[in-house]
Design a protein. Structure first.
Length: 766
């Protein structure tokens, strides 16, 4: 009887009033009857069982499926509130209508837009990931959210994938290291992080029906580790299934993935939820581990009935199977226990903080991520930093376009968003900066490409004239969050820059060769003009204040320190996913086959001897660093040991700068296919001019393992392993000045096979 009243109150007064009402109801229950499930002093398991014992079948069912676009039903009779969800991984999304995807039109739902997760990954700084997660969690808590739908850790397999900007790159060690502090930061606010998309959602094209065919080595060595670490080390409270299939079964109710791996092997005690609309079958959902179903249909709008949510797979159809005895109510009870546990951790946790919104600290965190994530890819002509007092021509639509809009579920409504043009004018003086659009796209749209209505030839002509009159050109282009760019729901159309930008850049270089090209994107792009650019920057999607970091790098106020979290190939065919015809991407006859197996990204380029344009981990700065004296604490190790690697790093430049030291490993004479080398650990140091520091990096010998398909375990074979640091110049077009490719050999003295993960613990990143 309470649900219609609650719905009306929500529309009239908003959810904060509802929250107060629920708290008042719970408080009344506490004072009236000291029931165990409301007593936070007793063990959580006892509280869960007590609440479960009081619930009817209908109340249990209501707890595990949606009642609106972004909430579940709760149990009003027992004072158990609805669970409120929010996109997304880079900031708390604006409010959405109860029953459709329209913006609700609230005036108080702005947020701090954080840089995209590709930028966060490019910092190689786990402590910043913790600050990032904490800031977003505070804003989600302030906005009354219980579950934040992020972060995403799907591995970057192809530069065409529309959602790569939401993920953390091509390497599982990097993604694992960054995701743990992010999760902990969010959940420190009593808001659940939701790790997504589990698993193998590596393309948007045909995402709702494609079946991924991948060998168990690649699954366990590349695609599962960041999820495992997020569960085992991060303690994440929610995991979201992906749209695609694995083994012919949809991932959101896949027994192998959910029951066997996630819940049994990893001991996940949180809630496994669908992506919005990724459930397809009631029996599979019930038996194969799905706990909560969201987004399958909309109330009234689709079916013309009073409550279409009751038609969800996990609603009346599940109730029917339980009533007829085809499915045990005990199966439902496990799901309810998990949702109750989520509630006790979030919306029924009376000690959780209240959160905060768009604070100065949030802006500083966003700015710090952009400062450390921006990647300087080229500056051979010494064009950067720019001299003071020069005339700068800023050209390109991305210099003025809002890039927090669009992109699908990660769209944001930032309270503050400083454009590149504004930031550059603030830094160099408005009278020293002119602007020309150069190219134009239409408004961002989720499912179609809208024309700009402007003449491309006229835009190029005007931009060329602006470039000729300037001392230097700063071109700000790349991708955006329009359909078939960096956008959910479909992949990019091709590898090249859109909207005629290659033609525009060619014309600008002829007009003024002193050009700094700034690529704003979450993906690699074809850079056929790279040799002619005076300098080249990968800037990512910067959020609210990240463009201030761009201006600081251009002016030389800070030295860039970001490193690429994925490789940039010369051409699309150099990428592993695109080396096996249509069956490798975008798929054929319903299957996409990962024939490259474990050789993704730099593993492919290094092992196959196919040079990328820029390799994973590449990034320049305004200071040079020198590495010396790489040693280990001893020469032989057992698989249970930890290898301590030390080396000396010196800042040889004249300004304060940061450097990421990456430690790679390769097995000599392996029995099975192994990459030429694999990242095993990294650390970031901040050094003053002339400063030298001795750095220690710890690597577990167990991390030298590979997944043995015959035993189903990770195995460390005895033998010699080469540990090295730096980026090999043989597989990178760019050489790093004063950086030695240091290496040493260690011996593993006996074999080991067990349940240890390739990525055991990340305590050194805390």
């Amino acid at each position: 009887m309470f649900q219609p009243i609650i719905t009306v109150l929500h529309h009239i007064l908003g959810r904060k009033v509802l929250a107060v009402a629920f708290i008042a109801g719970v408080t009344a229950l506490v004072h009236a009857t000291p029931v165990p499930y409301l007593d936070e002093s007793i063990p959580e398991a006892e509280r869960i069982e007590d609440a479960l014992s009081r619930m009817t079948l209908d109340e249990k069912i209501a707890l595990i499926h949606a009642q609106s676009k972004f909430s579940s039903g709760g149990c009003p009779r027992l004072g158990i509130p609805p669970v409120w969800f929010s996109d997304g991984p880079h900031g708390v999304r604006m409010e959405i209508e109860w029953d459709d995807w329209s913006h609700a039109g609230w005036t108080n739902d702005s947020c701090t837009a954080m840089p995209a997760l590709t930028c966060l990954a490019a910092t190689f700084n786990p402590s910043l990931a913790g600050e990032y997660g904490r800031a977003i969690g505070e804003e989600a808590r302030y906005r009354g959210k219980d579950v934040l739908l992020g972060p995403g850790v799907n591995i970057y397999r192809t530069p065409l994938s529309g959602r790569n900007f939401e993920y953390m790159g091509e390497d599982p060690v990097l993604a694992s290291a960054m995701v743990v502090p992010y999760i902990r930061g969010v959940q420190s606010n009593g808001v659940a992080a939701c790790l997504k998309h589990f698993v193998l959602n590596n393309q948007e094209h045909s995402r709702s029906d494609i079946n991924v065919v991948v060998d168990s080595r690649a699954l366990n060595e590349l695609y599962l580790p960041a999820f495992r670490t997020g569960v085992k080390e991060g303690g994440v409270w929610a995991v979201m299934g992906s749209y695609n299939k694995y083994g012919g079964v949809y991932c959101s109710h896949n027994d192998t993935l959910v029951n066997r791996i996630l819940k049994d092997e990893w001991d996940f005690d949180g809630v496994f939820i669908t992506d919005w609309g990724s459930a397809h079958d009631t029996r599979q959902a019930a038996l194969n581990g799905l706990d909560m179903e969201m987004g399958s249909w909309t109330d009234g709008l689709t079916f013309g009935v009073s409550n279409a949510y009751s038609r969800y797979f996990m609603a009346d159809p599940l109730k029917f199977l339980i009533q007829t005895g085809e499915i045990s109510e005990k199966t439902l009870d496990d799901k309810v226990r998990r949702v109750l546990r989520l509630c006790f951790r979030t919306n029924m946790n009376r000690t959780r903080p209240w959160g905060s919104m768009h604070t100065q600290q949030h802006l500083e965190t966003a700015r710090s991520v952009s400062r450390e994530g921006l990647v300087l890819l080229g500056n051979e002509k010494g064009l950067l930093p720019l001299k003071k007092g020069i005339h700068i021509a800023v050209i390109g639509e991305n210099a003025v376009k809002s890039l927090s809009k669009g992109g699908g579920s990660s769209e944001l409504k930032p309270k503050t968003e400083i454009s590149p043009l504004e930031a550059i004018r603030n830094k160099f003086g408005s009278n020293k900066v002119t602007f020309s659009l150069g190219y134009a796209s239409g408004e961002p749209d989720y499912s179609r490409e809208l024309p700009s209505g402007l003449d491309a030839d006229s835009l190029i002509s005007a931009a060329v004239e602006t470039a000729r009159r300037a001392d230097v050109v700063v071109y700000v282009g790349g991708l955006n969050k329009n359909y078939r760019q960096d956008c959910e729901g479909e992949d990019r159309a091709d590898y090249s820059l859109p909207y005629g930008q290659n033609r525009l850049i060619d014309a600008l270089v002829k007009a003024n060769p002193k050009i700094v090209v700034v690529i704003v994107s979450g993906n690699a792009v074809d850079m056929q003009w790279e040799e002619r650019a005076g300098a080249l920057i990968q800037h990512w999607y910067p959020g609210s204040v990240g463009n201030e970091a761009l201006a600081e790098v251009l002016s030389g106020e800070i030295s860039p320190s970001g490193k690429l979290p994925f490789s940039i190939p010369f051409k699309l065919e150099d990428c592993a996913a695109h080396s096996f015809g249509h069956e490798g991407y975008p798929g054929k006859d319903g299957d996409v086959i990962y024939r490259e197996s474990i050789l993704v990204g730099y593993r492919w380029h290094d092992t196959k001897g196919i040079p990328p344009r820029f390799r994973f981990g590449f990034g320049l700065g305004y200071s040079d660093f020198e590495y010396n004296g790489l040693t280990t604490d001893r020469n032989t190790y057992s698989p249970e040991d930890t290898i301590s690697v030390t080396l000396t790093v010196t800042n040889k430049g004249k300004m304060k700068a940061s450097e990421t030291i990456m430690l790679y490993a390769s097995q000599k004479r392996p029995k099975v296919l192994r990459p030429s080398r694999e990242l095993k650990a990294f650390t970031k140091v901040h050094l003053l001019p002339g400063e030298t520091r001795r750095i220690s990096i710890l690597v577990k010998a167990a991390d030298l393992a590979y997944f043995d398909e015959s035993t189903g375990n990770f195995v460390v074979d005895p033998g010699s392993y080469l540990l090295s640091t730096g980026i090999p110049t043989t597989t990178s077009k760019k050489k790093l000045k004063n950086k030695k490719n240091l290496q040493t050999t260690v011996e593993i003295i006996r074999p080991h096979a067990g349940d240890d993960s390739l990525f055991a613990t990340l305590s050194e990143y805390d």
